[in-house]
Design a protein around this ligand. Structure first.
Ligand SMILES: O=C(CO)[C@H](O)[C@H](O)COP(=O)(O)O
Length: 260
């Protein structure tokens, strides 16, 4: 059956997710990390399409409340990060990816758990629509780098980020008075930095991480094996570690490893 029609950005998210699952989640993969955001439901969707037999012996670890619900709602086996020290593969979304596969993540305030699972995974892969495909971080994603901080320390961290050249703001709730509180009970600061600093994201990541009170930084540097971007023309751009870029003309309606 052909894929159901979707608005262009949603269709692009679905394409990236389907292509990444088809390439990176094989029948022998038993421990799988599920990231956060609005692209990841399509990852779970494609995994379910691989069939009940494929998924019977698998365990899925979530990066937060949202992905935990996705795993449960899909009828997949839920695992806890306490039970494992490695994953076969983890697929996650991204807010922006640069030409070296460094990424800004944490638009959904999940960057701590996302980074722990990325660290654990033998293969960590990002999925996103074409708007996230960039050369320098901060070009398309203007909101800033999400930084998870201990609530007690937030004012001091804000001041230190300003001294470092950043423009930080405390992320406020949309349907809640007061700041956003992460799944870990932390606050989130979003900080923009001048392009010169954004061009060296690994250095910036280390500098921010060293601020007392910072729990995790939404810069993911040197972690990804590949990033998949769904395009408006129904193709998928795959950028792999080492700089190889591949255009995937189309994604099949059914996953190649589908089982009964
Ligand atoms: O890092 C994240 C959440 O903390 C998400 O993966 C990121 O915000 C991308 O989300 P989306 O797929 O909705 O664009």
């Amino acid at each position: 059956m052909p894929l159901s029609p979707l608005p262009p950005v949603e269709a692009a998210k679905r394409l990236s997710a389907y292509a990444a699952v088809d390439r990176h989640i094989a029948l022998e993969h038993k421990l799988i990390g599920i990231g956060s955001g609005s692209t990841v439901p399509y990852v779970v969707d494609r995994i379910v399409q691989q069939g009940a037999a494929a998924n019977a012996g698998r365990t899925f670890l979530p990066t937060g409340f949202q992905s935990k619900q996705l795993i449960i709602d899909a009828g997949l086996n839920l695992g806890d990060v306490d039970q494992y020290t490695r994953l076969d593969v983890c697929i996650d979304g991204a807010d922006e990816v640069d030409s070296d596969l460094n990424a800004i993540k944490g638009g959904g305030a999940c960057q701590l758990r996302e980074k722990v699972l990325a660290d654990m995974a033998d293969t960590w892969v990002m999925v996103a629509d074409y708007r996230k495909n960039s050369t320098v971080l901060g070009t398309n994603w203007k909101q800033g780098i999400p930084i998870e901080v201990a609530p007690f320390a937030y004012a001091q961290v804000l001041a230190t980020l300003v001294k470092m050249g950043g423009t930080p703001t405390l992320r406020m709730g949309k349907a809640k008075a007061g700041p956003v509180v992460s799944d870990n009970g932390m606050f989130i600061i979003d900080a923009t930095f001048p392009e010169a600093q954004m061009k060296a994201p690994a250095k910036l990541n280390t500098e921010i991480k060293l601020i007392t009170g910072v729990v995790e930084v939404g810069l993911f540097c040197g972690m990804a094996k590949a990033a998949y971007f769904g395009n408006e023309d129904a193709s998928v751009t795959c950028r792999a570690v080492g700089g190889k870029v591949e255009q995937i003309a189309s994604v099949p309606d059914v996953p190649p490893v589908a089982s009964a």
